[in-house]
Design a protein around this ligand. Sequence first.
Ligand code: IMP
Ligand code: MG
Length: 169
Amino acid sequence: MFTRQQIATRVAEIGAQISRDYAGETVVLVGVLKGACLFLSDLARNIALDATFDFIGVSSYGAGKQSSGEVKLTKDVDSPLQGKNVIIVEDILDTGVTMTYLTKVLQAAQPKSLKIAALLDKPSRRTMPIQADYFGFKIPDEFVIGYGMDFAERYRNLPDVCVLEPEKN
Ligand code: IMP
Ligand code: MG
């Protein structure tokens, strides 16, 4: 769906936008494990600010493509976020259930500001009223893999974002 070159170009644009929006400030990039790892590492290198990283873990999807509909915190952030400019870095905004839950959890830590950066956005799937402040690409309702995103934990290491073909039988 998107080549590594297209991703790199877009991620550089988002990084430049964030650098302008937070000029003179520090930011904490909070990556959502594990899907956002590659996006965070590329995005961070395109942000010309005093930045730190943290990570948060959630489980919502089982081994397949369907969400269990229930979000569980599997790892909290390591450092206090009070008074910080926090940017949640996520691979894909789908139904919005995960991000709604995470914004609630992180808002409770009383950050100075809280924004969402998602590489991909599937707006047609949304069941919760939530939007990304920064996003790479809007995509149709297809299941994608690669560049951090998995199907049953595989394919995260593909350098391009690819569509997972439905099984033929
Ligand atoms: P949501 O709670 O429905 O918004 O789901 C968010 C999470 O589901 C994302 O962080 C992804 O980990 C996963 N997800 C949603 N769509 C896809 C996809 O097309 N490929 C891989 N993972 C996906
Ligand atoms: Mg994820």
